[in-house]
Design a protein around this ligand. Structure first.
Ligand SMILES: C[S@@+](CC[C@H](N)C(=O)[O-])C[C@H]1O[C@@H](n2cnc3c(N)ncnc32)[C@H](O)[C@@H]1O
Length: 259
């Protein structure tokens, strides 16, 4: 608390009526990425005491739902749920409260710190994975995602998981985060649903060539880039990666089994 009393953003939050200094992180992040827009339905995971909920409500003016293990004191026009974001049944409560899908899912959830960094990082990654799972369930097509993650060994893997689901994914640290903090925010813009999964195999025909010279095939209108393949090739392709709204596959065999 001694440090917090001296903290600029802590005092600013107090004087401007925000419940937490983190309110300024969301303001700064939203100014830069425009994740929340007027009228948006917003879901906030790990929302107590409610600084982000206050900011989300101010920006969107639309339906805002907050979930936390702790009770959140009421905020005008905001629905709150006391629940664990890692529990499967919480999804039903969220759907009921939203009454539809969300335009934006934000998550500032943090574990109780144990002081053991490896453990705290692992718990933070668990919470972030749960948030991604909820986002995949409730976001409208093209919806946005913002999540806090403590940096550590599993950070880059988590970033790739987000990248597999959004057109644009970036890691960002807002000015209002303390300099010594190891927290990072992951921003996913424009969720897409892919009809292919990593490891799937398809018999495909190459119908075009992409800017970088890779062959291009389609699965249900979804682009699959196939390095080394030429227009007209019929190839047996294994999906290797999915990111930014397309997949990349490797040729396992040339010609389909029916050839
Ligand atoms: C840093 S605070 C969030 C601050 C909030 N963004 C604000 O502006 O007021 C992190 C919150 O995550 C919550 N949390 C941690 N694990 C959770 C879980 N499994 N389910 C729901 N909330 C959780 C904690 O109870 C805590 O209130």
């Amino acid at each position: 608390m001694a440090r917090e009393r001296k903290d600029y953003f802590y005092r600013k939050a107090k004087s401007e009526g925000y419940r937490a200094r983190s309110a300024f992180k969301l303001q700064q992040i939203n100014k830069r990425f425009r994740l929340i827009k007027r009228g948006d339905a917003v879901l906030d995971l790990g929302a107590a005491p409610g600084g982000w909920l206050q900011v989300a409500k101010e920006i969107s003016g639309g339906p805002v739902v907050g979930v936390d293990l702790l009770t959140i004191e009421p905020i005008d026009g905001v629905t709150t749920i006391k629940a664990d974001i890692t529990a499967a049944k919480t999804l039903d409560l969220i759907r009921e409260a939203l009454g539809g899908q969300a335009d934006v899912v934000i998550c500032d959830a943090a574990p109780n710190l144990s002081g053991n960094w490896t453990l705290d990082h692992a718990r933070s990654i668990d919470l972030s994975q749960s948030a991604l799972k909820v986002a995949k369930e409730v976001l409208k097509p093209d919806g946005n995602f913002l999540v806090k993650v403590f940096q550590g060994d599993a950070f880059m893997d988590y970033l790739s998981d987000v990248r597999e689901n959004f057109w644009k994914t970036q890691a960002h640290s807002p000015a209002a985060s303390r300099k010594e903090s190891a927290e990072m925010y992951v921003v996913g813009q424009g969720i897409f649903r892919s009809p292919v999964k990593i490891g799937d195999v398809f018999d495909l025909e190459i119908v075009g060539i992409g800017n970088s010279g890779d062959g291009v095939a389609n699965v249900e209108g979804f682009k699959v880039f196939v390095p080394g393949a030429a227009v007209g090739d019929k190839v047996h392709v294994k999906i290797k990666s999915i990111r930014s709204g397309h997949a990349v596959g490797v040729v396992e065999a040339v010609g389909t089994p029916s050839d």
